[in-house]
Design a protein around this ligand. Sequence first.
Ligand code: FES
Length: 151
Amino acid sequence: MADEAVDREATRRRFINWFLGTSAGAFLLSVLYPVGRYLIPPAVGESTAGTVTLAIKPDDVKPNTGQIFKFGSRPGILVRTAQGELKAFSAVCTHLSCTVQYRSDISHIWCACHNGHYDLNGKNIEGPPPRPLDAYVANARGNQIVVSKGA
Ligand code: FES
């Protein structure tokens, strides 16, 4: 009778140890996995597309305006200067990666996040951006606009 009680106690103790051990392990895994996923971001490479044909038609881009387009997985910005020249840049701000926009009132490419300014050559001229925007080559071919990363 006493042996049976000892066996039952040992079995219950083993079960509790197993249960607590696996619960602690599951809890640790449920905490560490998301933290690990946050700290090690997935490998999302830059677009491999070297050239894109835009859905925007050349006549849709009036002088002194700009439009955002998709260059692979990242945004680009197409600008037609007041003189009529087409220019294209990466629209990813070199400060903290906000998407820039064109401001017709000052004829600058502008980042609203921290008031960063770029001129129409993509050069950072005011605010926190540390370097110019990546420049692309924009060409109107017939009724299409083709943007490429250039040489
Ligand atoms: S992210 Fe563009 S100025 Fe800060």
